[in-house]
Design a protein around this ligand. Sequence first.
Ligand code: HEM
Length: 465
Amino acid sequence: MCAYVRFSGAAVACAALAMLLLLLYAVHRWRNPRCLGRLPPGSMGLPLVGETLHFFSPDASFDVPRFVRDRLARYGPIFKTSLVGHPVVVSADEELNYLVFQQEGQLFQSWYPDSFVEILGRDNVGEQQGAMFKYLKNMVLRYFGPESLKESMLRDVERAVTSSLCTWATLPAVELKEAVSTMVFDLSATKLIGLEPSRSKVLRKSFFDFVRGLISFPLYFPGTAYYSCMKGRQSAMEVLQQVLEERKRSAQVLGEGGRMEKTRRHGDFLDHVVEEITKEKPLVTDKMALDLMFVLLFASFHTTSLALTMAVKLLADHPHVLEELTMEHETILKDREGDRESDGVTWMEYKSMTFTSQVINETVRLANIAPGIFRKAMKDVQFKGYTIPSGWGVMVCPPAVHLNPDIYPCPLTFSPSRFKDKPEINRGSKQFMAFGGGLRSCVGADFSKLQMSIFLHFLVTRYKY
Ligand code: HEM
């Protein structure tokens, strides 16, 4: 009996030692991932958790996020880390960023961590690759591209802006972020899914809840920001689903002789979606259509409202810039006098707003609305002596470029004229990636700029603030 106990104790000790060695090996492996080459410097953090907690720790400054700033100082512009269970290479290097954007579909493909994909939907446009991605992108561009903006959006944007400004002017004070978000959301909801104001309100509330927890630690537990974000997504998806079902039902009615006929169009993006999914052999599924509309609604209101709020704040803080902007718009009105009675902005006038465009570029440079743009290496990629292993994530970090003093002297200063004579910036470049870059660059950039320009036009020519 005694021998048995001694033997058993030794076995337990052996097992514990083996476990410890296994654990040490696992920790060693975690900290030194396999790679056929040299990995960039950096730390993989704690096993499983990696550096996720640091990554999500709140940072209210306008500067490069602390997580990136600290590591740039320690490791240089390319470093490795681990975020929400994935090995990731973070890049603040202009050349690597450029390579990542230009090699879409060859060396890199769109990829976002699982928690983010859960939030935006497994079938959202960012998750589509190759031919399906191009198909969806063209569908969106047909509606949000320059032709459509010129033909119909300009007037709609103008109506939304003038009516909101008119209402705000009657109020003693306006909470700007909230008011601008509501204005942009209602316009987007009308243009995308033709939603009447009563239902738009319910959807807006769901999206506001959703956005509040967007950049948060992915802990799905009541009370956490991530939980309310997911709840916001669920209720928004329910409304979208109802809207889609209603439209599908009304899109096809039995015509004479039992023939299926298309009913009237509503003039919104949903027309295109329903046309696509009710085809005999549709390429787009209902789930893809719903995720697409969700992403478009989120992307169009969240980004533009942030940029617009920030533009108004920056202009208020910089009276000389506001003065130059006002002059540009007063000149438009002066040149128009006598020619036309209507005070609607023409496409030519919009295109002549050179300084306004610089104000917008400078605002989005400082706002850094997309703090990270994610991709995944499709094969081992060699760059400046480092290897990015196949399957690893890559996070391009726009703030690190936009706030680099070697590229933008006094980077935290609001100075729109730094974009003077740089029209090529509008298409994105190694030094300016507020709207992304390459094949995946933002499909709504022109729509967003149009809304901002028209808003600023009416704000500075009709109101004092
Ligand atoms: C100030 C306003 C905006 C900013 C700063 C912005 C920024 C960006 C960025 C950085 C990307 C690239 C993401 C990536 O490469 O993974 C992007 C993509 C995208 N944006 Fe925007 N955006 C804005 C407005 C809009 C608007 C108004 C819409 C909708 C009409 C929109 C729809 C999209 C979509 C659908 C994509 C995904 C494209 C893809 O996966 O290829 N964005 N945006």
